[in-house]
Design a protein around this ligand. Structure first.
Ligand code: IVH
Length: 376
């Protein structure tokens, strides 16, 4: 390993740079080209030496090489499926009956309205992050995912794992920094993940958070030979517990014995929706037992062991009091409807953007008109 151009340990600065360059080069060979030149122990030796001389060196929190988002497609080792949808209590009851042969537990999580992300950890280090894309194939967004504050570089265990979750923008950040730019935190989150450079008028990945909902472990032949065996768990709730110990933040979850308990959870989430820190559009229910999931299997579109219950669209009517013109930071002028205050979907609405003059003409609305509000 030692050779031409390798600085001596006495020249600390040169040695540090050389070590960092070696690590970047050899991780690129290993992770991106699958053509390593060093054995794992040789690689670890370089790593340990750099860690000893400069424990804060940025290269130590970087593995793999970070290419521009969108410039490479990623085949998901495990497909990222959709969910079967429901809107009524009857459908929850039906789901419980269909999936349960004997007394069995269910798990619920809020259905977060963001952008799905798959994080690939090798030997516990984050090597790749990809969007859902077609479900079979997504886009490499590793560079931006590394900037999301609650995504750990290292799980603290030498394990290979594909961790899935939703990338969301906290509503508190949306309100103060972005409301004027986009009406929708979900679009901002998706845009921030996929952008190549930090662009003006776009959201930054540092303003996003990751909320996990699933983890998959590659089989022995797809694992790194030095990786630890995956944890042996019986239920999803145990996996989420395990994830939180690795530094990953799962979306909050609850375990339910039956349909009645699931239905009452939909009411609780509906009541706290407007106060919750992220935008949510429903509740996801899943069979908790992993063995039972295996038995239930999948359709081409979704797993039979999960159901996405969506909030009903919330509708109310009110009166148009006035139309104001609002000038944004960027100089664009937008018509804004001033409305008689009205509760819809747990929030009081007094203003609504009318987007642009064209929209005003199209709607042909006049002050004093009765208008219908839909919260979607
Ligand atoms: S579980 C097999 N849990 O909803 C699919 N999905 O409509 C496992 N989503 O693509 C997904 N919150 O991006 C699950 N708590 C949650 C979720 C959640 C949001 C998204 C997810 C999925 C989409 C399907």
């Amino acid at each position: 390993m030692s050779g031409k151009g390798e600085p001596d340990a006495s020249d600390v600065a040169a040695r540090t740079n050389w070590l960092a360059e070696q690590l970047a080069h050899h991780s690129h060979l290993y992770y991106n080209l699958a053509a390593p030149l060093l054995s794992d122990s040789e690689f670890d030796k370089l790593w340990d030496e750099l860690k000893q001389i400069d424990p804060q060196h940025p290269q130590l929190s970087k593995v793999g090489s970070d290419i521009d988002p969108g410039s490479r497609k990623v085949d998901h080792l495990f497909a990222m499926r959709s969910l079967d949808k429901a809107t009524s209590d009857d459908e929850i009851q039906h789901f419980a009956t269909e999936t349960t042969l004997e007394a069995e537990a269910f798990l619920s999580q809020p259905k977060l309205d963001g952008s799905a992300l798959s994080l690939e950890y090798r030997l516990g280090r984050l090597v790749r992050a990809a969007t859902r894309g077609s479900g079979e194939r997504g886009e490499d967004v590793t560079k931006n995912a590394r900037r999301i504050p609650n995504i750990p570089e290292n799980l603290g265990l030498k394990v290979d794992a594909h961790i899935r979750g939703e990338v969301v923008m906290p509503l508190a950040i949306f309100e103060v920094k972005y409301r004027e730019i986009s009406p929708n935190p979900r679009n901002l989150a998706a845009g921030a993940l996929r952008q190549k450079h930090t662009e003006k008028g776009k959201a930054s990945a540092t303003d996003l958070l990751f909320q996990a909902y699933d983890v998959k472990f590659p089989t022995a032949e797809d694992r790194h030979p030095d990786s630890e065996n995956p944890p042996q768990m019986k239920a999803d709730s145990e996996l989420l517990e395990w994830l939180s110990k690795t530094g990953i933040e799962p979306a909050p979850w609850q375990v339910h014995p039956d349909a009645a308990s699931m239905i009452s959870t939909t009411i609780e989430w509906k009541n706290q929706r407007s106060k919750y820190k992220f935008e949510i559009d429903g509740v996801v229910f899943k069979v908790d037992s992993l063995a039972k999931r295996e038995l239930l299997g999948m359709t081409a579109h979704h797993p039979r062991w999960a159901l996405a219950w969506k909030f009903p669209p919330e509708v109310a009517s009110t009166v148009l009091l006035d139309i104001d013109w609002q000038t944004g930071r960027t100089g664009t002028v937008t018509p804004v409807a001033r409305l008689a205050p009205q509760m819809v979907g747990g929030v009081t609405v007094e203003n609504a953007t009318l987007h642009n003059v064209g929209e005003l003409d199209r709607l042909g609305i006049k002050i004093g008109d009765k208008v219908r509000l839909v919260r979607r």
